[in-house]
Design a protein. Structure first.
Length: 134
């Protein structure tokens, strides 16, 4: 189970960074803001402007997210697999959440990210340490 302290930084309240790679291994990193938890280890990320990120997820489904809290100095990385969806319950949930926040806006689709591992990324002795294997 992912602790609430970690989940709260990946809930759309602040920017996190999503890393993907294309089929040849060329990396891509992009800021993400519209994130919604769907269950214990599934994070749904709304797509309003994705190009390379969406293509990479559709190509190989390998994703990594990272965030940093400047107040606490805490930082985490989550690695896992993802798929791109344009319909279904996760898409509908994200659309409804976006409509509450920004009526009239809509997502092109969503990245449904299944978290497989969580790592400590804060500076210090535990930097890079695997905290949770799911």
């Amino acid at each position: 189970m992912i602790p609430q302290e970690i989940k709260s930084l990946f809930d759309g309240s602040q920017v996190c960074w999503m890393a993907t790679a294309d089929a040849t291994g060329v990396p891509n990193v992009a800021p993400m803001l519209n994130l919604y938890w769907s269950g214990e280890q599934k994070l749904v990320i709304g797509d309003m402007f994705m190009k390379a990120t969406a293509a990479n997820v559709q190509s190989n489904g390998r994703v990594c997210l990272a965030t940093y809290n400047p107040v606490s100095g805490r930082s985490w990385k989550m690695a896992g697999s993802a798929k791109y969806e344009t319909k279904g319950p996760d898409y509908d949930m994200a659309q409804a959440a976006l409509q509450k926040k920004n009526p009239g806006k809509s997502f092109k689709g969503v990245v449904v990210f299944e978290v497989h591992a969580v790592y400590d990324q804060a500076p210090g002795a535990n930097a890079g340490k695997l905290l949770i294997q799911l």
